[in-house]
Design a protein around this ligand. Structure first.
Ligand code: GUN
Ligand code: ZN
Length: 440
């Protein structure tokens, strides 16, 4: 039994988005038993009721729910920062050559250590991860997230056309490999789950998408993720590869892949028909703002998504995205909506926290378990501890409201300001996250 003493900021599950209401408890006590929050209130009240409990003092700073990344690529941690190219050129020159290197399981193991450390160091406790085209590399990813203790939904990435030969599979092989991976790692009541993951319909034919549907059906509780409407050249190419499809989303929908357990990354250039279908089916969209800016993909039309009732969460999209920090992604989401002044939605700091926590939990079907620090939820948390004298520290000390303090966290906090990360009450220790081997 542990009581965490902190300033706790989070968003309750019934809070609207946008115009989210920030729940701010200064000098709160959060009591955790067996990894679950059992009480939350004024510190003195909780402490008086449980004088024998251990106390973890997390003042000064802010305690937030663990961050939820709904779109991030495991094999791309080493290629972050490949600037100056649009999507298809970036894939050819930057991403795919690196992804081919994960054919070596030893290489994949090192990348998995880098990747999982990147997530944890950024305060991401739950993620929907694009795995690798190679099944053994997906195994080492799951081994590493299990060793460190993060909540990860991930799977084998599959393609059967339009990519380098080494990355291609067949419908039969993809089904067999996915089934074996799901058997080993799909544990809906634990921290790892399986995600059916065709790369995008640009690189997947109808038979492969059909095989994806079979895996989704045969693995109860599995999730589905892919890319959608990211870039005009990509969208045009999908149109010519699927001449009878009504639109890009239809290439997935006609194989039964659009539903409440689906998360589509990007959707920067949707048609109204696609938004209507996303809203009606309950599918979620992962908005990846730093990636959209880095690749020049476009400005995410959030207002149109909301008008159609489409659920939206946040993704880092490492490595087109420029880092693991969902605080940075939140700030970038804010910037984009500020720039879309015609039909844009101005976001508050509470909205950014909504996107980075409970929106993500809901998109992944984990809203009962994580997303905020309410009684009954797992104690998945990130402690922002400003370094003395740094602008974030100065900002927090001069904030006149919790909303201002949170806005300063989004504007100024970096992974260097993270003092602790917990999943289900387990502290994710830096010394359990493998260090980078020293070059040479
Ligand atoms: N579409 C297909 N593959 C990718 C990828 O790796 N990154 C991004 N941003 N878009 C993609
Ligand atoms: Zn992506």
């Amino acid at each position: 039994m542990t009581i965490y003493r902190a300033t706790v900021l989070d968003i309750t599950d019934d809070s609207p988005f946008p115009a989210a209401a920030l729940r701010a408890d200064e000098d709160a006590g959060v009591r955790v038993v067996d990894g679950v929050v059992t009480e939350r209130g004024a510190y003195t009240t909780v402490r008086t009721a449980h004088p024998g409990d251990a106390v973890v003092d997390l003042r000064p700073g802010l305690l937030l729910p663990g961050l939820v990344d709904t779109h991030v690529h495991f094999p791309q941690v080493r290629i972050i920062g490949g600037l100056g190219m649009p999507l298809l050129q970036w894939l050819d020159e930057c991403a795919l050559p690196e992804e081919a290197r994960l054919a070596s399981v030893d290489y994949a193991r090192d990348v998995a250590a880098d990747f999982v450390r990147g997530l944890a160091a950024a305060g991401t406790t739950t993620a929907l991860v694009f795995g690798s085209h190679f099944a053994p590399a997906v195994d080492v990813l799951f081994e590493e997230v299990t060793r460190v203790g993060l909540r990860v939904t991930a799977g084998l990435v599959v393609s059967d056309r339009s990519l380098p030969e080494a990355l291609l599979t067949t419908p039969e092989r993809s089904y067999a490999e996915a089934s074996l991976l799901a058997e080993r790692w799909h544990r809906p009541d634990a921290r790892t789950r399986y995600a059916v993951t065709p790369r995008f319909s640009y690189s997947a034919g109808d038979d492969l998408l059909d095989a994806c549907h079979r895996v989704l059906k045969d693995v109860p509780g599995s999730w589905f993720t892919s890319h959608l409407n990211e870039n005009p050249a990509e969208i045009a190419a999908v149109g010519s590869r699927f001449p009878t499809a009504h639109h890009y989303l239809d290439t997935y929908d006609r194989h039964g892949l659009v539903g409440a357990t689906s998360v589509f990354a990007h959707n920067v250039h949707p048609t109204d028909d696609e938004l209507e279908l996303l809203g009606r089916s309950g599918a979620a969209v992962s908005h990846c703002p730093s990636s959209n800016s880095a690749l020049g993909s476009g400005l995410f039309p959030l207002r149109r998504h909301l008008d159609h009732g489409v659920r939206v969460a946040l993704g880092s999209d490492v490595g087109a995205g420029t880092g693991f920090s969902l605080l940075k992604e939140g700030l970038q989401a804010y910037f984009v909506q500020q720039l879309l002044d015609e039909d844009g939605t101005s976001l508050t700091a509470a909205d950014l926290l909504h996107l980075a926590t409970c929106s993500g939990a809901a998109a992944l079907g984990l809203g009962e378990v994580v997303g905020n620090l309410s009684v009954g939820k797992a104690f998945d948390a990130v402690w922002l501890r400003p370094r003395a004298g740094e602008p974030f520290d100065v900002g927090l000390r001069h904030a006149t409201s919790p909303e201002q303090a949170l806005a300063k966290a989004f504007a100024l906090a970096t992974p260097a300001d993270i003092g602790g990360v917990w999943v289900a009450g387990d502290r994710i220790r830096a010394d359990r996250v493998k260090a980078d081997p020293v070059a040479g």
